[in-house]
Design a protein around this ligand. Structure first.
Ligand code: NOJ
Ligand code: NOJ
Length: 435
């Protein structure tokens, strides 16, 4: 009856996710089939949020939701992460129509990113979000957010490397992406110059709440300089390469100071409202800042310990974790008070949190595969599957949509609907599962 009424009201909830009547609970053995079902749906929802009809080309809206909450903006961070998953698709396809389709999305994103860099905004390169017509958002906000330029560079560096495989693209790359000149007119080099000269400056964290120095921001800044140095070398800009590397090494020293003896803290000076300093941001920093060179890799003891602490904290915090379904529901940080609309409430688990933990365990199984027993490897794969199972249990059961959050007690979806980052993080997690 209850579900019938909700259905008639057209509410985007599925009664099956209600705590007292859980879904035909998703078991880990169902996960491979669920992934097959969910992958095309997630991709199609994600693509709908790239350059929708009433926006400039190259815009990635954070969500189609225009009120409560209004997420109809181009967020630099979200857009870069979403376009990284489009870049994954591009690298995977061998079909030329598909390749052109994804390349077009990335060309548009590159052009819009350059517009963002040149736009007159309140905080310059660290400006966190833009109106969908390309103007800088000029209301009060936590700015600057210095993870943005680093993430944008990381995605565009991958795109540049992909393009350089075809000599016909070289002209475009050296004109628009990396021109080896100072002052530069190109998107990647402009971001790398900003990152290499400003990483010491405090900024707002990826959750847009805390002003300070952050592990996440420093991890992705370092990664952009490491990857940027490789591209600079390819494009005959050796002095820049040397400078980016030197700054990356200084960042490494800084990054080591986040370890508190038990886990990696999110912010250098823990803020009053977040005394635990435990944060999903640390896992995201490891994933998004991965340069395959062993620096804070998924199997480093510090990272392993941090993940352990995070899982325990969320397991104890959310009642939904005791509703009989499999997989721990993961949120942003224990003290979170943002419920998806309001900030004076109680925080919830986030789909992208579960996807990040799944990706983490898949990568752990892969990266350690030479040193570990098949049994250990299977355990980690299973662990990853459990995190995805939890996410499947709370999505809309009839159409596979993900919002931003699901309620910590009832399990209902909550916050911005069709959050683009929820889909991107799902796709990246499933990529990591295949090896
Ligand atoms: C407050 C949230 O805590 C923050 O993460 C979010 O970005 C803003 N509101 C905007 O929705
Ligand atoms: C809130 C999140 O805290 C932030 O990381 C994100 O960029 C925005 N929402 C938009 O999705």
């Amino acid at each position: 009856m209850f579900s019938v009424i909700l259905f008639l009201l057209g509410l985007n909830v599925s009664a099956e996710t209600f705590e007292t009547s859980p879904v035909p609970s998703v078991m880990t053995r169902d996960v491979p089939a669920m992934i097959q079902l969910q992958k095309p749906r997630a991709l199609s929802y994600l693509l709908q949020n790239i350059s929708p009809a009433d926006t400039a080309l190259g815009v990635v809206v954070a969500s189609p939701s225009k009120s409560e909450p209004d997420y109809y903006y181009h967020w630099v961070r979200d857009a870069a992460l979403v376009m990284a998953s489009v870049q994954d698709r591009l690298e995977k396809t061998s079909e030329s129509r598909e390749r052109q389709f994804y390349e077009k999305k990335l060309f548009d994103f590159a052009a819009f990113s350059r517009r963002n860099q040149l736009a007159r905004t309140l905080s310059g390169f660290g400006e966190p979000k833009f109106f969908v017509d390309g103007r800088g958002f000029d209301g009060p906000w936590g700015r600057p957010q210095n993870d943005g330029p680093a993430l944008r560079a990381l995605t565009l560096i991958r795109f540049a490397k992909h393009l350089l495989k075809d000599p016909l693209n070289r002209k475009y790359v050296v004109e628009h992406l990396y021109d080896s000149k100072l002052p530069t007119q190109s998107a990647i080099k402009a971001d790398l110059e900003y990152v290499s000269h400003h990483w010491r400056a405090p900024s707002f964290d990826l959750w847009e709440e805390v002003f300070g120095e952050h592990f996440y921001t420093h991890m992705v800044q370092r990664a952009s300089l490491v990857e940027g140095a490789k591209l600079a070398e390819m494009l005959k800009d050796p002095e820049a390469a040397r400078f980016y590397r030197t700054e990356a090494i200084k960042l490494e020293a800084k990054l080591k100071s986040y370890w508190n003896g038990r886990y990696i803290g999110a912010t250098r000076t823990p803020s009053e409202n977040k005394p635990s300093n435990l944060d999903l941001a640390v896992v995201l920093g490891v994933l998004h800042g991965d340069t395959q060179d062993g620096f804070y890799s998924v199997n480093s003891p510090q990272v392993r310990a941090s993940v352990q602490h995070l899982e325990e904290a969320f397991y104890n915090l959310y009642r939904v974790n005791r509703n009989g379904q499999i997989g721990i529901a993961i949120g942003r940080y224990p003290e979170d008070t943002y419920d998806g609309v309001q900030t004076n409430s109680l925080g919830n688990p986030w789909f992208l949190g579960n996807h990040a933990l799944a990706e983490y365990y898949y990568k752990l199984a892969k990266d350690s595969s030479k040193k570990i027993s098949p049994l250990q490897r299977a355990e980690w794969m299973q662990k990853g599957d459990e995190f995805l199972a939890r996410s499947f249990s709370h999505m809309n059961q009839s159409n596979g949509s993900f919002s931003e959050q699901f309620h910590r007690t009832s399990g209902y979806m909550q916050g911005a609907r069709d959050l683009t980052w929820s889909y991107a993080s799902f796709l990246t997690a499933t990529e990591a599962r295949q090896f």
